[in-house]
Write a protein that binds this ligand. Sequence first.
Ligand SMILES: Nc1ncnc2c1ncn2[C@@H]1O[C@H](COP(=O)(O)OP(=O)(O)OP(=O)(O)O)[C@@H](O)[C@H]1O
Length: 267
Amino acid sequence: MIEFDRVTKSYTRRGAGRAGSVDALQEVSLSIGESEIFGVVGESGSGKSTLLRMVNALEMPSYGAVTVNGVNLASLRPAARRAQRRRIGMVFQQFNLLANKTVVANVGLPLSLHQRRGGFCTRVGGSDAPASGTADRAREMLDFVNMGAHASKHPAQLSGGEKQRVAIARALVNEPDILLCDEPTSSLDSQHTDEVMATLLRVREEMGTSILLVSHELEVIRGACDRAAILESGRLTGIAEIAQLQAREKFDSYSERARKYLEGGQE
Ligand SMILES: Nc1ncnc2c1ncn2[C@@H]1O[C@H](COP(=O)(O)OP(=O)(O)OP(=O)(O)O)[C@@H](O)[C@H]1O
């Protein structure tokens, strides 16, 4: 589904004393399968975000190729690249929700933007409310992340974990095949981290979405991922195979743990 074939990414540095180029990734080859949750770990500056941003062509390789669903991203013209990007959702550490829009309007935004680009405007009279089809789809995704009751609130009225679940709903609204998550739990406490991770596991289980998860929190990677790439100074120095099915249950909510315990006799 996602292939990196000897990918090198060099950035040009400008400015006094730091001019020159830096290889953010060096000859990285890896392959990520359908419905896989694949982690990326490494120290600050090791190239994690660069790797993630190459999957939706926000960065292009200097050498080598990134292939998604059999398509070499470098071969795409701008319109095809934008269409490809819509098949990929993205979740950020700082949620990136629009403060002046309601939760449901935030989630519907990618659909509204897409429809407007397609030549028809879904907003009526410049109101904040998304058009009904868009709103229905946004509500469906909010229900999926258990945020349906918060649809008409604004982001400032939500906890960090709730904001991130809204951001996940927004990333899923276009039914992406791939979800890219850049440090999605780094600004959350442990309870909210577990809620967000439980949501991501359900995304994979119920929608079959492949998830690429960058995190410096090894516990999160160990609990959620099938495999994880280890980056050091832009080089791939190993891929850890993680078979921690038990650990995944740690992200279950209290009620889910209670249900499993009461029905199956396990904690
Ligand atoms: N747009 C850019 N221009 C120049 N250099 C860049 C650019 N983006 C990243 N770099 C450099 O590339 C290297 C890898 O950066 P990257 O952000 O991918 O690392 P990271 O592992 O995600 O780091 P962090 O955990 O701190 O976010 C770093 O040396 C960084 O300074």
